[in-house]
Design a binder for this molecule. Structure first.
Ligand code: MN
Length: 511
């Protein structure tokens, strides 16, 4: 998917120093862009778009960027002094993410040979401040990366932003389908879908469960048989599960049919994510009619998540969209990500932790071992039935989890560094799970999360760092609060109060 996008590079200059200077600026820029592309550290190709030497040139580039669906973002760099009034009209209309790279063509000052011409040509120290000023003055949301362009650390910070740019572009035509409505009476998973589309780009639709039935009816038995065979090939399982005469086999088969039904709908509707609701699974007489889902489609949700479909349980469309975004950000990375839910607490002194699971819907990308296909009774929701699912535990490594909540006048992105630890066997709870200690410790981490109004649902990744979420919040214009090793409840409360004031003053502005 990353190959479908490019990041544009525009170098700021001016004609004051003469045509020769601009030629040199152009050559340096080309070399730098080529160097970045060859570094192997950037997941998205950077395309050099030339120097901008006037207001109209800047405006033309910004218009072109806005109109090109391949362009996921723009990097600007001021080689020489680039008077920033010439950036005003372009910045006013730019609708793509912006990264201001404060770097310089040459690494070290050539102490013995440097003359005035050289200094005038290599004026990023000067020009990047002028450009930074106009961005600050215009409240342009952007990422500033400071560092030498050949330096891996600087390149890695650009890489993070590039990944977020692609995820952002992906969310601009994202459609999330709610199969069934929100779970009744739940506050935290609900919110303003209109504002979400204005702010984050994605669109949320509702499909009554009955509208799935034509898709269900169209699924061919032989396709279901083939998918069941794939399950048995992919996942560890008891050999007796393959016995076609058993109720367990029938449940696996029905799960596969549910998966094919959901796939058909999502494909037909061009949807990138979905939600389910365990209280709404269609005809309650499914056991006699044979039409509809006879169990929560947990296995399907697990598998679809692994392929990048956004998923939120109980109608949680915000988590479905956020998960899809997280999955896109981490494409090609090895750690894995999942929708998770704070399930139950384990008080154990300094090792106190939270068991993360869901009824069934945890993504196998975070599994430590080969997932195991099992069928067990699930006594919750409208179907109390034997239900297929993948069972596994998760890798004991550090990660980051995030959620978005609707605060009424804004969305708040809450991010928490967590440490997954080794879980113990749960013979009576055969579901996928993770066990983590939120940073800085269970007590402060959970307190801060609750003070911020965080959900019991979140989107977890072993790969992303808080910087990814910071870049995302910047691009989307979301409030972000980050709970990490340095968080204290006192400081965190102060940060929340500051946010209230900031967004109260600016609630009508798209800052
Ligand atoms: Mn839930």
């Amino acid at each position: 998917m990353y190959e479908n996008y490019e990041i544009w590079w525009v170098t700021g200059a001016q004609l004051l120093y003469g045509g020769d200077a601009v030629v040199a600026v152009d050559a340096h820029s080309k070399e730098m862009v080529e160097g970045l592309n060859k570094s192997g550290n950037l997941p998205v190709k950077v395309v050099y778009k030339g120097t901008a030497n006037s207001s109209s040139e800047v405006e033309d580039i910004m218009k072109a960027a806005n109109n090109d669906p391949r362009c996921a973002g723009i990097i600007t760099w001021m080689h020489t002094f680039s008077p920033a009034k010439m950036w005003i009209h372009g910045l006013k209309i730019l609708s793509k993410p912006l990264l201001h790279f404060h770097t310089q063509y040459n690494a070290e000052i050539p102490w013995k040979t440097m003359d005035m011409d050289f200094m005038n040509l290599n004026q990023s120290a000067h020009g990047d401040r002028e450009f930074g000023h106009i961005c600050a003055r215009m409240r342009v949301r952007r990422k500033v990366v400071t560092g030498y362009w050949k330096d891996e650390e600087a390149q890695k910070r650009i890489a993070v932003w590039q990944r977020v740019c692609v995820a952002w572009a992906d969310s601009q035509d994202m459609r999330i389908i709610r199969f069934g409505d929100q779970m009744n009476n739940v506050a935290v998973t609900d919110g303003d879908k209109v504002e979400a589309e204005i702010r984050m780009g994605y669109h949320v639709d509702y499909m009554p469960f009955s509208s799935l039935m034509p898709y269900f009816d169209a699924v061919k038995d032989e396709d279901v048989d083939a998918l069941v065979a794939e399950y048995f090939k992919l996942y560890a399982h008891d050999k007796k599960l393959e016995d076609k005469s058993t109720e367990e086999y029938r449940k696996v088969w029905n799960s596969a049919k549910a998966e094919l039904t959901l796939r058909a709908v999502l494909k037909d509707k061009g949807a990138k994510g979905f939600t389910t609701n365990f209280d709404d699974l269609g005809d309650v007489n499914v056991e006699t009619t044979g039409r509809g889902f006879d169990q929560i489609p947990g296995l399907a949700s697990q598998r679809l998540m692994a392929e990048g479909y956004g998923f939120g349980a109980e109608g949680d469309w915000k988590s479905a969209a956020l998960y899809r975004t997280l999955w896109v950000m981490t494409q090609g990375m090895k750690g894995g990500c999942s929708f998770l839910e704070d399930y139950t607490l384990n008080f154990d002194g300094k090792k106190s932790s939270i068991l993360q699971a869901h009824m069934l819907e945890v993504c196998p990308l975070i599994a430590e071992e080969r997932p195991r296909l099992e069928v067990h009774f699930l006594g919750i929701g409208i179907r109390k039935s034997l239900t297929a699912r993948l069972v596994f535990t998760s890798k004991p490594e550090k990660g980051v989890t995030a959620t978005v909540v609707d605060m009424g006048n804004r969305f708040r992105l809450i991010v928490n560094d967590v440490e997954c630890i080794k879980s113990k066997a749960l013979p009576k709870l055969p579901v996928a799970s993770a066990l983590w200690i939120p940073m800085p410790n269970f007590e402060v981490g959970a307190t801060a999360w609750i003070l911020a109004g965080g959900t019991h649902h979140s989107c977890f990744s072993y790969d992303v760092t808080p910087e990814y979420w910071e870049d995302y919040a910047e691009i989307a214009g979301l409030e972000m609060v980050h709970i990490d090793k340095d968080t204290t409840v006192e400081n965190f409360k102060q940060q929340l109060r500051m946010g209230e004031v900031y967004y109260m003053l600016n609630k009508s502005l798209y800052l």
